[in-house]
Design a protein around this ligand. Structure first.
Ligand code: PEP
Ligand code: MG
Length: 883
């Protein structure tokens, strides 16, 4: 095996494609060399060495030492220098470089090779003693920190004291002699803290730095970063060793970072910052304020400090040329690092630059227009999940923020409203036209109506998969969860933050994009859905095969879904239509009636309401398919709970509250999610399904007349496990259809299908498909029943599972392809085996998750259905899955 790859002087052993072996930085350094760009010569120790290092008890593979010596000679030949030789001093930098960039994860050691002797050589060589001692003290500081584990602050403290003593404000004011004093203090400190002197042998220093980089692969920061970004441990990191170039060699030297286009707006203009007479870490450390690279940016920023363009026009000209060349070569916006040593430009890094969602859209669309990439490529350049940032109002970046607490960014977007502490209050306030933020310690399924009524949700407990977070994301409502520094007192009706108390009715703003809770109202920017966004969506729509529908039941959601490009409704959860005030009463009467006649009387009140709901949905969706699901949830969700509610229902039904309470007790279930719900309701109480079917058909007739478009409703039966369940319910649907057609004299086409949300249904899909004309995979329940994990209680322990590495992702968020996905695959194949024309879709939360959408494409589903705010994400993800 070859462990070390060299580069320099217009040639390299590696290339950009070797990222797995050489890491991102190493591969791109090699590529830049091959392009003939000015890159300090060096070499990359491969990621395989990292893996071998860990496989063999933190020791190096045979042969590495020899290859490394040869590679040092390679640098020596190009530079005319010798590592460790004070006569022909060669200093190097040592940097980590993993396959995926892991910003800030591992550190860098610069100026390696300096010691008490070579520092004198550097002084003589450069003719600048001040520079030499400054470099040496930087080296001691960095090396002690990165390799020997001595906190950076220890040295900062010494430096601050010295500066104070000498009456200096800036580092640049220290003279050579003064730096020498600092160095003496630093070295003494190392010896005092670590019980051994600072290493003087350059070889020992080099191996120390290499070992530190490999060891940092398993440090806490790196492990956490990998977990958060799904980076496998097996990738390992590479180590890059390069001849030093100095940005701190006086006023003709500089160092900086730049993007080939603006990473926050996407504007096509070189964008970056630099510092004169500085080394890389100064730019990052933020001690000195960097200057703008271009004149245009300097003017825009209103800065009176000169730009690089003005200060070093020649270096600037080469840098501009190179940045254009690199962008063309990589066909993407690049993030560059450079150093100018006494007027000569050196490139230290290039990679694809991170950018905001807005910039990503603009850059992709612009590059397609420039002919740099195709429109198909432009579509693949956008992270679908990032679109979430664009679909919600956001806080004006120029606005002032009075932060009172910070929680988790659980659901994006910003919202302002008056504080309310209960879901009922939220609804009441909403009813009188107020905008509210629902503030809860945590939320439960009983808060759905309050969450619906609120502009945004704030909880003090719970993580990213808490009930509040998941439901809010589904609704597209901003949510900040787990803001633990806030105290909510329901009794007193107060929210306390940093010693300040807020009451019901006080206005706050939440920023679901970063988790901030702000005092008062803050200016907002509305989402921009035209322009670049529209172009990308249009291109995506041309590519994708799967249709995208929305899960929606209210007219507002249905309209929003259409505006986001939904091609129909894939799931109308009719139970959500019964929660509103006047309806819940009739619903409760229906459930609590103990005779069929009593139920029918209550259902008769519900029928016109259901019918008008459906008419409206059909009209909004004119001509597009609408899937309506028969009543699904356990009955107990509708039961009156408080004394007031019980009294209200009892009086409406003309029974005593006590009698009513007996009846509600009777309906209690131990395991409601596995209880009397779904088609089981339609089988126990056929009159409910009949009423719903009647409402659907009558609405179809009416909407058909009004719009002139025949409506083809799709009626969906939930929670089927046995084909006989479906047969039973379908028989009554067909009977109602026949009656309505006879009564109205209008023929209505319709489809009857089922959800596949129980393992048995997937396994017996070929039988079920003999009756069902379509399947919609209900992957929420299918996940619940496949894992045997309650979807309402999972958040508390799934987070622990994730932290302990037992699962990578919450299976309720991203489809468990191996398990639940296998059932989907089986269901799809078996279903089509008996009914080739079977229409297949998915309507669980996963229908809006990009990774799950890829899987849906793979198994050949016809459509995905998701909450309205996820529709654009799904359109883009479906296109990417089809490319
Ligand atoms: C499902 O189970 O995936 C589904 C869409 O139905 P619900 O979430 O309403 O149970
Ligand atoms: Mg379900």
């Amino acid at each position: 095996t070859k462990w070390v790859y060299t580069f320099g002087d217009g040639a390299a052993e590696g290339r950009a494609g070797d990222r797995n072996l050489l890491g991102g930085k190493g591969a791109n350094l090699a590529e830049m060399c091959s392009l003939g760009l000015p890159v300090p010569p060096g070499f990359t120790i491969t990621t395989e060495v990292c893996n071998a290092f860990y496989a063999n008890g933190r020791t190096y593979p045979d042969g590495l030492q020899t290859e490394l010596s040869e590679a040092l000679n390679h640098i020596g030949r190009i530079t005319g220098r010798v590592f460790g030789d004070p006569e022909k001093l060669l200093l190097v930098s040592v940097r980590s470089g993993a396959r995926a960039s892991m910003p800030g994860m591992m550190d860098t050691v610069l100026n390696l090779g300096l010691n008490d002797v070579t520092v004198e050589a550097l002084a003589a060589d450069s003719g600048d003693a001040r520079f030499a001692y400054d470099s040496y003290r930087r080296f001691i500081q960095m090396y002690s920190d990165v390799v020997m584990g001595l906190e950076h602050e220890v040295f900062e403290e010494i430096l601050q004291e010295e500066k104070a003593r000498l009456g200096h404000e800036l580092d640049t004011e220290l003279s050579a002699a003064e730096w020498q004093e600092v160095i003496a203090l630093y070295k003494a400190k190392v010896e005092e803290e670590l019980g051994k002197p600072f290493p003087q042998d350059p070889k020992e220093q080099l191996w120390g730095a290499i070992g530190a980089v490999f060891s940092s692969w398993m440090n806490h920061r790196a492990i956490t970063y990998r977990r958060l970004h799904d980076i496998p441990e097996s990738w390992g990191t590479a180590v890059n060793v390069q001849a030093m170039v100095f940005g701190n060699m006086g006023d003709t030297s500089a160092t900086g970072v730049a993007f080939t286009r603006n990473p926050s707006t996407g504007e096509k203009a070189l964008y970056g910052e630099f510092l004169v007479n500085a080394q890389g870490e100064d730019v990052v450390a933020g001690i000195r304020t960097p200057q703008n690279i271009t004149e245009a940016a300097r003017v825009a920023a209103g800065s009176d400090r000169p730009s690089l363009q003005k200060l070093m026009p020649e270096a600037f000209a080469s840098f501009t040329k190179i940045s254009e060349q690199l962008e063309k070569h990589y066909r993407d916006m690049q993030d560059l690092e450079f150093t100018i040593e006494r007027g000569k430009l050196w490139m230290l890094q290039t990679r694809s630059g991170k950018r905001t969602a807005k910039a990503a859209l603009k850059i992709a669309v612009d590059m397609a227009a420039e002919g740099l990439i195709t429109t198909d490529e432009a579509v693949t350049r956008i992270d679908p999940a990032s679109l979430d940032q664009l679909l919600h109002p956001t806080i004006d970046p120029k606005a002032e923020r009075h932060i009172i607490a910070t929680g988790l960014p659980a659901s994006p977007g910003a919202a302002t409203g008056e504080i309310v502490f209960s879901s009922n209050e939220a609804e009441e306030m909403r009813a009188i036209g107020k905008k509210v933020i629902l503030v809860r310690i945590e939320t439960s399924p009983e808060d759905i109506h309050g969450m619906h009524a609120a502009e945004g949700i704030l909880t003090t407990r719970g993580g990213m998969t808490s009930h509040a977070a998941v439901v809010a994301r589904g609704m597209g409502k901003p949510c900040v969860s787990g803001a633990g520094s806030l105290r909510v007192d329901y009794k007193a009706g107060t929210l306390t933050a940093m010693g300040k108390t807020f009451h019901k009715g006080d206005v706050i703003t939440i920023d679901g994009g970063n988790g901030q809770v702000l005092k008062g109202a803050v200016p907002m920017l509305q989402p921009e859905l035209s322009g670049d966004f529209a172009s990308i969506m249009e291109w995506a729509d041309k590519i994708r095969r799967m249709k995208v529908r929305a899960n929606a039941e209210t007219p507002a959601d249905a309209r929003m879904a259409r505006s986001f490009g939904a091609e129909g409704i894939g799931l109308c959860r009719t139970e959500h239509m019964f929660f509103e005030d006047d309806r819940i009463l009739a619903m409760r009467e229906m459930i609590l009636a103990d005779t069929e006649n009593g139920r029918r009387a209550a259902l008769a009140k519900l029928l016109p309401m259901q019918r008008s709901d459906f008419v409206e949905l059909f009209e909004i969706m004119a001509g597009l398919p609408v899937t309506i699901r028969l009543l699904d949830p356990p009955l107990h969700e509708f039961l009156p709970k408080t004394d007031h509610e019980i009294a209200e229902v009892a009086s409406a039904m003309g029974v005593s509250p006590d009698k009513l309470r007996q009846r509600t007790d009777l309906l209690h279930e131990f395991n409601p999610m596995l209880g009397h719900r779904g088609c089981r309701l339609a089988i126990s109480y056929p009159e409910i399904a009949e009423m719903q079917a009647r409402a659907i058909f009558e609405a179809a007739v009416e909407a058909g007349k009004q719009t002139g478009n025949p409506v083809v409703p799709e009626i969906m039966v939930p929670l089927v496990g046995l084909v006989k369940e479906l047969d039973y319910v379908k028989a009554s649907i067909d009977a109602v259809a026949k009656s309505v057609m006879e009564e109205t004299g209008v023929k209505v086409e319709y489809l009857t299908g089922t959800m596949i949300e129980l393992p048995r249904a997937a396994i017996r899909a070929h039988m079920i498909a003999e009756t069902a004309e379509f399947f919609s995979f209900g992957t929420n329940d299918l996940t619940q029943t496949t894992f045997g994990i309650s979807r309402d209680d999972a958040a508390s322990f799934l987070e622990t599972y994730r932290q302990k590495g037992i699962i990578d992702q919450d299976p309720f968020v991203s489809l468990d392809v191996e398990g639940v996905g296998e059932l989907v695959r089986i269901g799809a194949e078996k279903g089509r085996s008996t009914r080739p024309s079977l229409k297949l879709g998915i309507c669980g939360e996963h229908g809006g998750d990009p990774a799950s959408i890829h899987f849906c494409e793979e198994v050949g589903l016809d459509y995905v259905s998701c909450s309205p705010f996820r529709v654009p994400i799904a359109r883009l993800a479906a296109a990417q899955a089809a490319v």
